[in-house]
Design a protein around this ligand. Structure first.
Ligand SMILES: *Cc1c(COP(=O)(O)O)cnc(C)c1O
Length: 388
């Protein structure tokens, strides 16, 4: 078992924690990286419990990233899962049949799918509300409401929810707050410090950072929630495999320099796109005219490396996707390579068209996750693909 009580950052800063991750060498050999422990089971000396018994319950390779995310988010316990959706499912397993959940109306498409099609079959009712409006949110709380599930900035419309306002309401009504911190990462937003109960990540995105694995993480600073998350992770078995834990650990070591480079590039591209005649609007918290700029920077230390832009003529999306050369065109984000997503047909394909329309997601919107290529090459490519 992991000794969570030893999980403290010793005042180390994020760049250091990312590299050293709580355990930065193998305790057996001193190897500079934690080995990929593939064993499914562990010898119990004399039949007695050792530190590990069965790999679903605990594995040193997986624990490295679990400890790392706990340290980075300022939590006491981290959990690693086979995907971001598995982490979200693990966090939402804190709810019981008969409970009511409130969620941001503008969510990652896969989260929308899970909340709208799976949870109801478990007897959990879900309402999607505009969490950027505290009054609307408060009006949606029912006696059986147990939790809220939030994304900020929301994806892909960059609506900003005030976490302080949400946490205050949630604490007043005794609701659990769960936040998907995939877009910001613990380097730009530390929700547990603002009173959020459980933070989840699709580590497939920025934390892994190389578009070469699926992984999910959950973190909490509450001992009882940690115990329940651990119980479900072990009982359901949706754990991160050791090889993928190794890839994630390796990716996390460079998160700070990757994110800083990508964020700088995103700032340049957001500015230039917003001045391009073919572009109607750019949604990016780093722009001076971004509507919720002050609210975003009251809780986050940077704008991130993802932006959305809306074409004046949605019919030109197809031509742009044909002409663009550098970005991969795919439903993901957070990689070293720039990723361009047509959310309507890719990341949010699981959201019915009328729901997309009702939340303001249009067919002319493109999401750009800026990578770490040379920004001038990216701009030249975007510019040529916006012509014609
Ligand atoms: C990708 C993503 C998820 C789902 O993560 P997977 O690793 O693909 O399962 C959840 N939330 C957000 C914000 C995402 O971008």
């Amino acid at each position: 078992m992991t000794d969570y009580s030893s999980n403290h950052s010793d005042g180390l800063r994020p760049a250091t924690l990312l590299v050293h991750q709580g355990r930065d060498r193998d305790s057996f050999t001193g190897a500079a990286t934690v080995p990929i422990y593939t064993a499914s089971t562990y010898h119990q000396h004399g039949g007695r419990d050792g530190a590990y018994d069965y790999a679903r319950s605990g594995n040193p390779s997986r624990e490295q990233v679990e400890d790392a995310i706990a340290l980075l988010e300022g939590g006491t316990a981290g959990f690693a899962y086979a995907s971001g959706m598995a982490a979200i499912a693990g966090a939402l397993a804190l709810l019981d049949s008969g409970d009511h959940l409130l969620a941001s109306s503008d969510l990652y498409g896969g989260s929308y799918r899970y909340l709208s099609t799976v949870l109801p079959r478990q007897g959990i009712t879900v309402d999607f509300v505009d969490t950027t409006d505290a009054a609307k949110f408060a009006a949606a709380i029912r006696p059986e409401t147990r939790a809220i599930f939030i994304e900020t900035p929301s994806n892909p419309l960059f609506r900003i929810t005030s976490l302080r306002a949400m946490v205050e309401l949630a604490q007043h009504h005794n609701l659990l707050t769960i936040l998907d911190n995939t877009f910001m990462t613990p380097l730009l937003l530390r929700p547990l410090e603002l009173g959020v109960d459980v933070v989840v990540h699709s580590a497939t995105k920025f934390l892994g950072g190389h578009s070469d694995l699926l992984a999910g993480l959950a973190v909490t600073a509450d001992a009882d929630l940690a115990r329940r998350l651990k119980h479900y992770q072990n009982a359901a078995g949706n754990v991160l495999a050791p090889f993928d834990a190794f890839l994630l650990s390796r990716g996390m070591k460079t998160l700070k320099i990757r994110l800083e480079a990508a964020q700088a590039g995103a700032g340049v591209l957001a500015e230039r796109l917003s001045q391009h005649p073919a572009v109607q609007q750019v949604l990016y918290p780093g722009l001076t005219d971004f509507p919720h700029r002050a609210r975003h920077f009251a809780q986050s230390s940077g704008p991130g490396a993802v932006l959305s832009f809306i074409l004046r003529e949605p019919a030109r999306v197809a031509g742009l996707l044909k002409r663009v050369r550098l970005p991969i065109i795919a439903p993901s984000l957070g990689g070293v390579e720039t990723i361009l997503t047509h959310c309507w047909s890719m990341s949010h394909a699981a959201v019915p068209d009328d729901v997309k329309a009702s939340i303001g997601l249009s067919a002319g919107l493109l999401r750009l996750s800026v990578g770490i290529e040379d920004v001038e090459d990216l701009w030249r490519d975007l510019e040529q693909s916006l012509e014609g």
